[in-house]
Write a protein that binds this ligand. Sequence first.
Ligand code: PMP
Length: 391
Amino acid sequence: MEPTTRQRESQRLQRVPPYLFADLDRRTEELQRRGVDVISLAVGDPDLPTPEHVLEAMRQAVMDPATHRYPPYPGTGSFRAAVAEWYQRRFGVQLDPDRQVLALIGSKEGLAHLPWALLDPGDVALVPDPGYPVYRVATLLADGVPHRLPLRPGLGFRPDLTEIPTEVARRARLMFLNYPNNPTAATVELGFFAEVVRFAREFDVVVAHDNSYSEIAYDGYRPPSFLQAPGALDVGVEYHSLSKTYCMTGWRLGWVCGNAEVVAALGKLKTNLDSGVFVAVQRAGEAALRGPEEPVRRRVAAFQARRDLLVDGLREAGWRVERPRATFYLWAEVPDGFDSVTFAQHVLERAAVVVTPGVGYGEVGDRYVRLSFTTPEDRLKEAVQRLCRLR
Ligand code: PMP
């Protein structure tokens, strides 16, 4: 008799949707093997270096043996103080660094663990579609039930909270939001967050606002903090990351701040899962937050120039694209006759440019592709020329 092999993946893991872009990846590799010069506009990972003063702080910190030991679980007191000072300076929001700030191993880690801290099996989490995939997958892994909040162009890619059925809202314990938004690049004003606070109060929902792109904004626009909305500290938390602001994706440092009860719940969970962020990295993070703003401004100016290059070039070629006020993404509608995957395949085959199919961020995203501009200018120019020849 044939031995029956047990399914190795837990049912929980099997709930995670399959990776959708295997074909696209395979084809990209095939083209590259044949010597085709493929340009990827698929990943949102800044190519610009981390600012010099941050590197210098890391150099010094790493030489200090005190940084070599286990870090304090919630983050060092001085990193949390630096976060609170930055919040006060940037948003005029006062935070207690001891109760309302928690260091994270990148914001993704803290977002992924939040449903474990707040949801019981069957509880609903409201997740934007399209949205950063972690919100939905982490909810599924925690035995929660994700409910889509469709983000459509008519409402500026904001969810319509009045569309959420009352019985779903009643079962909801958590709502994820993210502005400036990945992948749509949409932004909101404080008035929207005030509406969110009202909804959260009415249905007793915890709001987790992901503000990872708060500093990557153009033309003088300054994205607000959710915590600036009156009453927000009673209902929610906000996530931030050093990754985008200081071009530190590889360093793995972020934080969550706001409602003390939510911060404590996530802190309690994390104490049982990880042992914190390397203290030297936290010292470098402090140097970033307390340091000069000029290096950030220069990096943002570089992204803005690239944004214009990409938007102007694509518009000339007849693409209908908005000029985003924030993030380093363009969210472009695909032409009739395509869905997001077939259009990405078409672009790869005809232009040797990789773009991300919007369906990767949710069903509602299937009419769009995402192009990122974290690629050096000469490569971006070349990509635009190829895309212009496409149609
Ligand atoms: N949130 C959003 C919306 C993102 O786009 C990303 C990174 N792509 C993250 C969170 C995670 O960033 P990190 O873990 O590097 O802080």
